[in-house]
Design a binder for this molecule. Structure first.
Ligand code: GRG
Length: 289
């Protein structure tokens, strides 16, 4: 791929790529156990942006001239790890909505949801193993970082003095390193030269950081229909994100109290518009965004 023209052409074929990713995901999770298959299908058919598999395909196509169909297994593998981790995340948060539908924990109960996620993880690593030990390790390392990021976030829930560097470490592990692994795994599979691997991996890492910060902003000002879950979900779970760190730093004491009450789980006291006004007045988010 060379230049903007090629990228625009690439974008035109996006829906075909998403259809192929979806077909590969469904083929992969097929099994004889009827309930397991239908529950795995439910999570896959719920959709999602398919950002990670698309990034995997993009990096592969930049890395070599072979057709992207040969990287679909790896792309699907990354999406399965992502989907499985969201199932676990929803269990941890006791969340009710994901991708615009009831979460698996609500639909089939926590115990079964845990097993469906475990099943998706198993299938994902099997797909990754088709590209050899080096690519498999890249995939496994990304999962390790995902777990580290999740735990670092969990132990800091409600920590009103969370340093910005710790927040950045959390999102690096939860999202940026995973994006970077998509690009690295794909370019290794493509046999791309070292400089191409490095540049694409760095690009994906930075994209991941920006993606997660945007995700954190959308938790405050997003549209529930577009983000697929209620707004202010993170705040209700006392997660400390970048807009919160900035707002806590800049708020007057009255506004600070509104925010700290919300973060301390005083659920009944959350008035969304009042809470949003804290972020706008403290310049923590630009509402014209
Ligand atoms: C993989 C070993 C292992 C453990 C998992 C539960 C857990 C540990 C990690 C969860 C971390 C987490 C919640 C990451 C989510 C980050 C994120 C930006 C989610 C939203 O991604 P989108 O917007 O979602 O791409 P869609 O639904 O579009 O796919």
């Amino acid at each position: 791929m060379n230049g903007l023209g090629d990228f625009l052409e690439w974008q035109k074929n996006l829906s075909t790529k998403i259809e192929k990713i979806n077909a590969r995901l469904l083929e992969t999770v097929y099994c004889e156990q009827e309930e397991l298959y239908s529950w795995a299908r439910y999570t896959i058919e719920a959709g999602g942006k398919r950002f990670r598999p698309l990034l995997t395909i993009l990096a592969y196509e930049i890395g070599c001239d072979r057709p992207y169909e040969s990287i679909l297994d790896l792309a699907a593998g990354y999406e399965l790890i992502h989907t499985a981790s969201l199932i676990h995340d929803d269990i941890i948060d006791n969340a009710s909505f994901r991708r615009g539908l009831p979460t698996l924990n609500v639909k089939i109960g926590v115990n079964n949801a845990i097993v469906v996620a475990d099943y998706l993880f198993a299938k994902a690593y099997e797909l990754g193993s088709r590209y050899g030990p080096v690519v498999s390790k890249v995939m496994a390392d990304a999962s390790t970082k995902l777990a580290e990021g999740q735990i670092l976030e969990a132990i800091n829930l409600g920590n009103l003095s969370l340093p910005e560097e710790t927040y950045l470490k959390i999102i690096e592990n939860k999202t940026a390193r995973f994006f970077a692994a998509c690009a690295l795994g794909a370019t290794i599979a493509a046999g791309a030269p070292e400089n191409v691997r490095k540049n694409l991996t760095d690009f994906a890492y930075n994209l991941g950081m920006a993606f997660q910060i945007t995700d954190d902003i959308l938790d405050i000002v997003g549209d529930q229909k577009k983000i697929g879950k209620p707004v202010l979900t993170d705040i209700r779970h006392s997660a400390i994100t970048l807009p919160i760190i900035v707002a806590l730093r800049n708020a007057s004491s009255a506004k600070r109290k509104v925010l700290t009450d919300a973060l301390r789980g005083a659920q009944d006291m959350i008035e969304p518009d009042l809470l949003r006004s804290v972020f706008i007045e403290t310049n923590a988010i630009d509402y014209s965004f």
